[in-house]
Design a protein. Structure first.
Length: 372
């Protein structure tokens, strides 16, 4: 049996779902597991920890900060070293940038087994101050020798890994996977409902979505809009919408669980994902599986998911409001084409299987452990 320790600071959104699906999906007879997570970003994620404990998985809560915080990071590193040394795993799997750096360094200092790293979007590729991106790139380069295997969730992430010095043989490209749907959620759609699902902050581009609403309404006067999620920009976006004449056409809904996502997808005709950066969006995969046409920016794994299927209307990153509005209106205005996209999306979603993701990750663990 291989002992695996997972370390994640960003225990929220897609990374939280990825960790939960992976940890609960790995075969119990083949893997013993512990998770080390921080709850600073999303205290509600503590609910997942109960399911881990119920499955016999060790749980350790260790506060970590998202941004660079030298004193706090040193304290966190010391705690990680002690904990990893005590757990003595065969594999240390670090997820996302902060835990990715601290966890790999802790594994090295603790003399642990093999290290596996999944960036879920490299920090240096994320929009922000140039000096900060350069620093993050430098730190990622420094950690390359501490990494036995890197798991990229998209080809774009793989290319970035190669660019900072990873050998081809060290990289496995394993996209996020979703479970097959066991039942359909009944559709409750108004004929022209446009949805945004995601954290209301800079990454997911909710501001770009709101900016496109007037243009969509000029082309589709009956359009309605749903903004689903929570985050630091929620009040600002609500105030912005409240000042507009079309405010009654926009409904805000807070953060929801996965059952709520299924219900929201059943209520919309097109999903808009104007993200500024991504690893590989679970909401995108959920929408395609549900047969909802998607308009998305070309970031992270969007191009991988679309392939040559045409199931996604792909726009350049940071599209202007007119381009985004035109793309959404085009989907709403052509029911036959939207139906073809929906069917193509369902077919394409099959290739992003949770079982495949878990199986391929387990194989990486075995390969990494054998080389140590």
């Amino acid at each position: 049996m291989l002992r695996v320790v997972h370390i994640l600071e960003a225990f929220t959104g897609g990374t939280r779902r990825h960790l939960r699906d992976l940890v609960l999906g790995l075969p119990v007879g083949e893997f013993g597991q512990d998770v080390i997570v921080s709850l600073r970003r999303d205290p509600a994620a503590a609910a997942d920890l109960d399911s881990f404990r119920a499955a016999g998985i060790g749980v350790h809560v260790l506060p970590m900060r998202r941004r660079l915080a030298p004193l706090s990071d040193l304290v966190g590193l010391a705690r990680l070293v002690r904990l990893v040394r005590r757990l003595n795993p065969d594999i240390v799997h670090c997820h996302s940038s902060k835990a990715g750096f601290l966890g790999r360094l802790a594994a090295r200092l603790a003399g642990a087994g093999a290290t596996v790293y999944t960036p879920h979007a490299f920090a240096f590729a994320i929009a922000g101050a140039p000096i900060r991106r350069r620093l993050y790139r430098l730190l990622e380069r420094r950690a390359v020798p501490w990494t036995d295997r890197l798991i990229a969730v998209s080809q774009r992430e793989r290319e970035l890994a190669l660019a900072i010095g990873y050998a081809e043989a060290k990289i496995a490209c394993i996209p996020n996977g979703i479970a097959a749907r066991t039942e359909e959620t009944p559709a409750t759609r108004h004929p022209t409902t446009v949805g945004f699902l995601g954290r209301l902050g800079r990454q997911k581009g909710a501001d770009l979505f709101v900016a496109a609403i007037p243009g969509i309404m000029r082309q589709v006067p009956t359009a309605r809009f749903r903004i689903v999620g929570d985050g630091p920009w929620r009040r600002r976006l609500e105030r912005q919408v409240a000042r507009r004449a079309w405010r009654d056409r926009v409904a805000f809904t807070g953060a929801i669980d996965e059952a709520g996502v299924a219900a929201e997808l059943a209520a919309i005709n097109v999903l808009v994902l104007p993200s500024r950066w991504e690893g590989l969006s679970y909401t995108l995969l959920d929408a395609l599986q549900a047969g909802v046409p998607v308009v998305a920016t070309d970031v992270g794994g969007v191009a991988d998911v679309d392939g040559d299927s045409g199931c996604i209307v792909v726009l350049p990153p940071e599209p202007d409001a007119q381009a985004l509005a035109g793309a959404v209106a085009g989907v709403l205005g052509d029911a036959a084409a939207a139906g073809r996209r929906a069917a193509a999306g369902r077919r394409r979603a099959v290739f992003f299987s949770l079982d495949a993701m878990i199986g391929r990750t387990a194989a990486v663990y075995g390969e990494a452990a054998a080389r140590v």
